[in-house]
Design a protein around this ligand. Sequence first.
Ligand code: AMP
Length: 304
Amino acid sequence: MSVLIVGSIALDTVKTPVEEHGDLLGGSASYAATAASFFSPVKLVGIVGDDFPESEFEFWKSRKIDSAGVQRVKGKTFRWSGEYAWDLNTRETRSVALNVFETFKPALPESYRQSDFVLLANIAPALQAHVLDQMNKPRFVVADTMDLWIETTRGDLDALLPRVDLLILNDSEAREMTKETSLIKAGRRIRQFGPRFVAIKKGEHGALLFGEDEFFSCGAYPLEDIHDPTGAGDTFAGGMAGYLAGNVSAVHFTDLRKAMIYGSVLASFCVEAFSLERLRQLSMEEVNARYEMFKLMSQFEVAA
Ligand code: AMP
């Protein structure tokens, strides 16, 4: 089954303590769609300007990412620039230019409306809701969000949450949303806002998953070389949603545990290079090999 993904499509400038690159393909939907495409066909929804490279449309086609829902309009593509501190964990946004995003109203092609699986990648919650409004009863809705929306459009976010099956957010966002210092309390509290399941990402420390009476925790893949953490969260969400759409018809907690490992595997590859460069070169064999490594690393009862 395919997964519908809506989010930002951007041209990024990223500065780490050792390198800086501009005009990189970025945006929550770009990362999420590429990650999801390892497991299922994707129907992409977004907007780009006339400065956006045609070659990306070719790339999407080669990955079975349907771009019929990507609007191409006059003007400049959304641009974002960020700078990382030495720990490659703390990030400061240097600039954001909404450009064509300012007037974006997602309009779903007829062929998209029946999709059973949806990933509302990170964009304003009102736009995420507008996409859901056009859909015919999706079976499973995954949503991502960020601190900006928790701080500036909390009402819209609260209205969206009861329509979401799985909410994905990072540790600081979970704490900000609930005013809880304990992530365990925060995860449980967020479930009370509406989502049946909540995944809290902890960067290099792994992720937590909450269901009604269920809990799962996994580590992150131990990487020696991180070049650019941008998009890791979007890749994690895309990997999870793509795995579910491609492999599961009725989603249970056991499926979400596996989906979370695939999301973590994809995110671990994403940060090995700038922009989508590592994901573009990645093979399914490499994904499966790292998945097996995860399995081995998380066993604690082994024969001597
Ligand atoms: P992440 O590293 O997972 O937080 O995602 C980084 C990506 O999010 C970058 O490629 C940006 O283009 C994109 N981004 C940054 N700010 C926003 C925003 N306000 N809305 C949507 N996407 C954004």
